[in-house]
Design a protein around this ligand. Structure first.
Ligand code: IPD
Ligand code: CA
Ligand code: CA
Ligand code: CA
Length: 268
């Protein structure tokens, strides 16, 4: 039986509370107020309400910690504290607004620049992915381990496709996609970066890469992958920075080959 620390329990209580609102709103998605932050970049009342619930719950439990949240921005930690919550209240807004039951709440807790605790929760499937640095990664009560596949040609990868107005370069992406498609057993685009990473941790996907991400998309997921025995870098193979925008994650056998395929396609 996996034993959760007090810190993880704080995070779990917060996501459970926010998930109740998301599930309610998902049932009445046609009545939600939706606005556009940019081309093809939507935010709904479900995103902002969930974010408010998370901020209230987390700041009540840990008043000294700072925040970096997708919809409402950042606040610094109190003097003497170097921790901040990095929060995506609804990862997969497009899925949510189209009635696709695949989205998540993601929280990573960073100490300076390192993520030390993570919770990614899929309220529809009731799958709670969580990890604490050095303590392993779990799905509900089950310990997670990345896949053990060694051959690219047997492996299934996830990615994110650039959309209207995104900062990603479509030409580069198409070369990357072609390279991975031609050398793997398949590529998926499910539209929820935090769950893509959680699924790498769970061994469901053998690897994942995406550019143009924000810290709240990947802060939780990268710790899940690492604690499940996987390797996470940026697309150039350097260590991932919370200020960076690219992530490439895979099991230890495939990480180098995936990085070579994706990195090679970038240079062409
Ligand atoms: C998006 C999802 C998606 C990724 C986008 C993100 P949002 O987050 O994580 O998978 O491809 O880059 O913006 O806006 O639904 O929270
Ligand atoms: Ca968004
Ligand atoms: Ca997101
Ligand atoms: Ca979001």
């Amino acid at each position: 039986m996996a034993v959760r620390s007090a810190l993880i329990n704080v995070m779990v209580r917060a996501v459970n509370q926010a998930a109740r609102g998301l599930k309610r709103d998902f049932g009445e998605v046609e009545n939600l107020q939706v606005s556009k932050k940019g081309p093809a970049d939507f935010v709904s009342a479900a995103d902002t309400k969930a974010e408010q619930v998370l901020r209230n719950e987390l700041s009540r439990a840990r008043p000294d910690y700072g925040f970096l949240m997708e919809e409402s921005g950042g606040t610094d930690p109190q003097p003497g504290c170097e921790r901040r919550w990095i929060v995506d209240p609804l990862d997969g807004t497009s899925n949510f607004l189209h009635g696709l039951p695949h989205f998540a709440i993601s929280i990573g807790l960073a100490e300076r620049d390192e993520v030390i605790a993570a919770v990614v929760y899929d309220p529809i499937k009731d799958e709670l992915f969580w990890a604490e640095k050095g303590g392993g990664a779990f799905l509900n009560d089950r310990r997670l381990r990345v896949s053990s596949r060694r051959n690219l040609s047997d492996s299934l990868f996830a990615t994110g496709i650039p959309f209207l107005g995104s900062k990603k370069d479509d030409g580069v992406f198409l070369r990357e996609l072609t390279a991975v498609m031609q050398n793997s057993a398949g590529v998926r685009r499910w539209g929820v970066a935090s769950l893509d990473l959680a699924y790498v941790a769970a061994g469901r996907f053998d690897g994942f890469w995406e550019q143009g991400l924000s810290p709240w998309d990947f802060a939780g997921g990268i710790l899940l992958v690492r604690e499940a025995g996987g390797i996470v870098t940026d697309i150039e193979g350097r260590s991932v920075s919370l200020e960076g925008h690219t992530v490439l994650a895979a099991n230890e056998h495939l990480h180098r080959s995936l990085a070579k395929l994706v990195g090679g396609a970038q240079k062409r």
